[in-house]
Write a protein that binds this ligand. Structure first.
Ligand code: ASP
Length: 246
């Protein structure tokens, strides 16, 4: 009975979300039209800049953070890593869902990146659920953007709060399309910004969602490579010890 109740609750939520998502384009169009109507095309320029900053941050994060950690901690050539993982990034890009990409990501990590199954099947599902760097980056940039639109000056203390809550909100974000935007409400509320501000970026979020999902899933694979390397090292040390005592 409990299972049926939960399943029906799930069906109801899915139905409601689908309904809202169907209406969302109309709502977003109306909000963007009123923003352009009142502030002219400058508001579109600002939105373009917002997108540019998010995309640039995602690229810099992928190349610098993942590239350097994979190479320094995982002892793997970052070019090899990105080349082998590129089809998965493309899959994540087209589905906008970490969860939907998970099976392909695990298969690629195990077959192409030679991550042991035991490591991959623990690290990657966990990562797809809680490790969302791309989402945290978008939420941080979006909060600063919305603050600027509302002419609110964020103090350094508030900026630190944004960083902290964006990380927490990204942990709570489900690996399905668009949820990062819903969780953004938590970040906005933490610094007393109006939640309606989300409407300003909803129109361009689909594209950004595609890009951040690719980053999210790549981060999980990078972690899997690093953990697999450290496990391998531990095993080697263990073997040496065994031999010494044999
Ligand atoms: N679509 C993202 C993911 O699945 C989550 C989000 O940021 O909306 O990783």
């Amino acid at each position: 009975t409990l299972r049926t109740f939960i399943e029906q609750g799930n069906d109801l939520m899915t139905y409601l979300i689908t309904l809202v998502m169907k209406m969302a384009p109309l709502g977003a169009f109306a909000l963007i039209a009123s923003a352009v109507g009142s502030q002219g095309f400058d508001s579109l320029k600002a939105m373009g800049l917002y997108m540019g900053v998010v995309i640039l941050s995602l690229i810099v994060h992928s190349v610098l953070t993942y590239g350097s950690t994979v190479s320094l901690l995982g002892k793997m050539n970052p070019f090899f890593f990105f080349r082998k993982f590129a089809p998965v990034m493309l899959f994540a890009f087209s589905t906008s869902s970490s969860n939907a990409t998970l099976p392909v990501a695990m298969q690629t990590a195990q077959k192409e990146l030679k991550v042991p199954r035991s490591v991959s099947s623990f690290v990657q599902p966990l990562g797809a659920t809680i490790n969302m760097d791309g989402t945290a980056i978008m939420q941080g940039v979006a909060t600063v953007f919305i603050a600027q639109v509302y002419a609110v000056d964020l103090t350094p203390g508030q900026l630190a709060t944004v960083v902290l809550t964006a990380v927490l909100a990204s942990v709570g974000t489900a690996g399905v399309p668009g949820v990062g935007l819903v969780m953004l409400t938590m970040v906005l509320q933490s610094v007393n910004l109006p939640v309606e501000g989300i409407a300003l970026i909803i129109g361009v979020d689909r594209l950004l969602d595609m890009m951040r999902t690719a980053v999210n899933i790549t981060g999980d694979a990078a972690c899997a490579v690093i953990v697999s390397k450290s496990e391998e090292d531990n095993l080697k040390e263990g073997k040496e010890t065994d031999e010494r005592y044999a």
